[in-house]
Design a protein around this ligand. Structure first.
Ligand code: 9D3
Length: 245
């Protein structure tokens, strides 16, 4: 059996969307994974196909009904983890993508409105996941992003060359700058060391640049890196507290 994604959404036409045009789309056509988008509204029971209602306790906005979401869940649920995409979830990490890729697949629940009744979240032991601290209009684009992050990790989706590059310090740091021909573009020269053919010097320059960019842009990643690794000058974080005499 291949890796299976089921998506519960009020906008099933958004799937596979842009994924069909990429690496993930080729893998989908090749049968490496499968995608099933289910319209939650198909599980409403009233004449108007209502999926939401006013919040108990009052307040603005509407809440998705637990009975409708549960019926949609029952139509797909098996032993796969259920991920509810929500702005209040834990931030999605590469480690989560790796964990999902190693399993049978995922059931992705996309919220709309203010949220989903808490009881159905708890009843199904859902993992609540966010893709970052900005406000979107629903969980569908986050679901597509999660799928893109996971599917590229499935066996046979990416070439060995690309997957092999994610190792050692490079996976903990932002990328160093890249250059290609021409060596002089509108008077902007490629850094001389990259033209030198001196492989050790090139590797050292790239690592120093990756460290500089990470320190400037992502103090959170820099802290994690310096707690675990050697700087390009060979010192460690603990050397800062025990300077050489
Ligand atoms: C007034 C409180 N809002 C929370 C910030 C309510 C709300 C806003 C937007 C509830 C849902 C949404 C729609 N967003 C998602 O469903 C969503 C999301 C996001 O907005 N940002 C980052 N990750 C995600 S995952 C799902």
């Amino acid at each position: 059996m291949s890796w299976r994604a089921s998506v519960l959404t009020l906008f099933p036409e958004m799937f596979p969307g842009p994924l069909a045009l990429s690496l993930a789309g080729r893998a989908l056509a090749a049968g490496v994974w499968s995608l099933q988008a289910t319209n939650i509204r198909d599980f409403a029971t009233d004449r108007h196909r209502t999926v939401d209602d006013a919040p108990f306790g009052g307040g603005a906005g509407m809440v998705m009904r637990p009975d409708v979401v549960d019926a949609a869940m029952a139509s797909v649920a098996d032993r796969r983890p259920v991920v509810f995409l929500t702005p209040r979830g834990r931030p999605l990490r590469q480690a989560d993508a790796q964990r999902y890729a190693a399993g049978l697949g995922v059931v992705l629940l996309c919220g709309r409105y203010e949220g989903i009744d808490q009881r159905v979240i708890e009843a199904h032991g859902m993992e609540e996941v966010s893709i970052g601290d900005y406000v979107l209009s629903g969980g569908e684009l986050p679901a597509l992003i999660l799928l893109d992050a996971v599917v590229r990790l499935l066996p046979g989706v990416m070439g060995a060359a690309e997957s092999a590059t994610e190792e050692s310090f490079s996976e903990q740091l932002l990328e160093y700058p890249h250059y290609t021909r021409p060596a002089d573009w509108h008077g902007r020269r490629v850094p001389e060391v990259l033209l030198s053919g001196h492989h050790a010097a090139i590797a050292a320059w790239r690592r120093a640049e990756a460290e500089r960019i990470t320190r400037e842009r992502r103090p959170d990643l820099w802290d994690a890196y310096t707690s675990a690794t050697r700087y390009s000058d060979g010192r460690t974080k603990s050397d800062e507290h025990h300077p050489a005499l």
